[in-house]
Design a protein around this ligand. Sequence first.
Ligand SMILES: [Zn+2]
Length: 464
Amino acid sequence: MIHNYVRTVTSLLFFVTMINVQLSAQDEDVAMIQQLHETILKNGSCYSTLHTLCTSHPGRIAGSPNYLGAAEYTRNILSKIPSVKAKLQECKANHWVRGDVEDVLILNDKGELERMEALSLGNSVSTNGAGLMAEVIEVHSLDEVDKLGEAISGKIVFFNRPMDPTKIKTFNAYGGAVDQRVYGASRVAKYGGVAALVRSMTTRLDNYPHTGVTIYEDSLAKVPGFALSTFDAERLSAAIKKGPVKVFVNTNCRSEGMKSAPNVIGEIIGSEYPNEIIVIGGHLDSWDVGQGAHDDGAGCVQAIEVLQAFNRLGYRPKRTIRCVLFSNEENGLEGGKTYAKEANKNKEFHIAALESDSGGFSPRGFSFEADTSVFKSYYKSVSKWLPLLESYGLQFEMGGSGADIGPLKSQKGLLIGLRPDSQRYFDFHHTTIDTIDNVNQRELELGAGAMASLIYLIDKYGLK
Ligand SMILES: [Zn+2]
């Protein structure tokens, strides 16, 4: 009897101790996540870093002097954090230049040319020294161009399918419309069209054109492409409804060949598992118009802030935490490709990579993706942490992560995207108004807090 009693008490004590250990681990996590948020909200420097990045190094298109200045500036910021080793990783990217001529003019019914608000699409070719005037045909899809075929020969094709306003997540609306901007110019060239005009990728009606990449098929001729502001897209469409409309386009934009556009890397070597790497990052390049504040200066300074916050709290990570500011996301993805190639060559394993490239707005959660062979078990692991993050307004979902970390997918680590509120992102995306005054300091910092919290949990527990 006594023997049994002792055994019962012993196992009961063991059970109570286990609960205590579990409770204290959870308490420790609650406290750490709170401290990470507090230090970022009270002592964080991501907003002031973003301010300097935007005002001293705006329009950071890869290969430009402003890009190189931004790379040196952020490398220097990272190198000043104790325990961080910072460096530039060489990378080359095609340097596209907008030039100083950019006209899209509509011929009105009095025979006068009136300016419309437009921007050449990124990587567009020029109009070869002289402008061109042609009749405009309005379409709403690439398929419609295929159906029209030779009927568009000699014409300017105007793609006017708006982003779907009924999609609650604006990235889905963007995904549903952006094929016109990316492939429109090449599709037009296939049937002898002379230029493409594309309605800007935004749900808003305003006068700001949104640039963005256009991709040419090598086998086809190249014709210039322009984004029109949504106001002018409406105006052009209304004019076409009344009768034939001619538009004059002129641009001297050009590619200047491959130039240096390094990635910026800062890392803290892990104390227990230095060979397990966790990447946090954004892309340092931006379009040449505006300051690249939301896209994607915000993601870069948030990633830097994670290292700053760990340092301020004296948190020594078990795994290697590497902040990577990628180059050339906007018009070639050379930064992401170069980083993954070097990592594979050096046999580095990335347990996880987290990218913030959806704007510096209030964080709403994270989306997760991975190779199908490992995804389920990773998602089960991270789902256990959701109760720790829900009180910060964060949710988890399955879905895409970030373009720059995509090339790491073959390593079978977990890829994560920060998901901020998306309602205002496409007010600013790729425009002259993507500037620091349109970034809210507190929302930016909360995003950094969310990232730091998740990285802390992955570092502490791994993904078992
Ligand atoms: Zn971006």
